[in-house]
Design a protein around this ligand. Structure first.
Ligand code: SF4
Length: 224
């Protein structure tokens, strides 16, 4: 039994904490799904495809959501029958098919947005410094998972070929996005950027090293 003098490992307690947050997020997902008349997997597919103009194959959808391919196939079929998704051929590959979200799908997604859910309110309640620490911690965890091939490459700044970490001496805006040629702050790091272009593994590792070296500096929480 855990006592104040004999706590379980910090790793164990962090996982316990993440489980509680995941519970709140699951409640939010069910609420959103109910509002749209879909189930959470169908809603997650629409969320995933929104902002991906080129769409994704069913196999990639399954990998991104961590569900089996038959589950993804069934859900895509149900969404297609509702007119919320469409399949399109891939140019130059007659056998490949991509799934894209339709205008009706986008409209269903926006109908499920009914203000901040439980998890979002918990994030809102954090002060800016804690939000920034949480964001960089999540980025580090997600990056670890993607680099051990547990999850697909995510569209994060730290894996993007346009990202130049700590390119500026300005502590509030130390990073640079070479795509838009603009400086940005630690709290503006993207987790799912539509313009992301994945860097090669060697560049990703070098960028991450530079990012970690710079992060040894005290974190500057700007309010931006
Ligand atoms: S393109 Fe997007 S992911 Fe890449 S560095 Fe710029 S903001 Fe970050």
């Amino acid at each position: 039994m855990e006592t104040p003098n004999a706590p379980t490992s910090i790793n164990h307690r962090i996982l316990e904490g993440l489980t509680r947050v995941a519970t709140a997020m699951r409640i939010d997902e069910w609420d959103r799904a109910k509002a749209t008349g879909l189930n959470p997997t169908q809603l997650a597919i629409l969320d995933l495809l929104e902002g991906r103009a080129g769409g994704l194959g069913v196999k990639d959808i399954a990998v991104h959501l961590g569900v089996s391919q038959p589950t993804a196939t069934d859900s895509v079929g149900a969404l297609e029958r509702k007119g919320l998704l469409a399949k399109k051929a891939v140019e130059g590959d007659r056998r490949a098919v991509r799934v894209v979200v339709t205008a009706e799908g986008l409209s269903v997604l926006s109908s499920g947005s009914q203000g901040a859910g439980l998890a979002e309110r918990a994030v809102d309640a954090l002060d800016p410094v804690r939000q920034q620490h949480l964001l960089t911690t999540l980025v580090a965890m997600i990056r670890h998972l993607q680099e051990i091939d547990a999850i697909p490459i995510q569209r994060m700044c730290v894996g993007c070929r346009h990202f130049a970490p700590y390119a500026h001496s300005d502590a509030a805006q130390p990073h640079h996005c070479n795509l838009v040629d603009a400086a940005f702050g630690q709290r503006d790091l993207r987790v799912d950027c539509r313009e992301h272009e994945t860097a090669d593994p060697q560049s990703r590792a070098a960028t991450w090293d530079r990012f970690l070296q710079g992060s040894d500096q005290p974190l500057q929480a700007n309010q931006g």
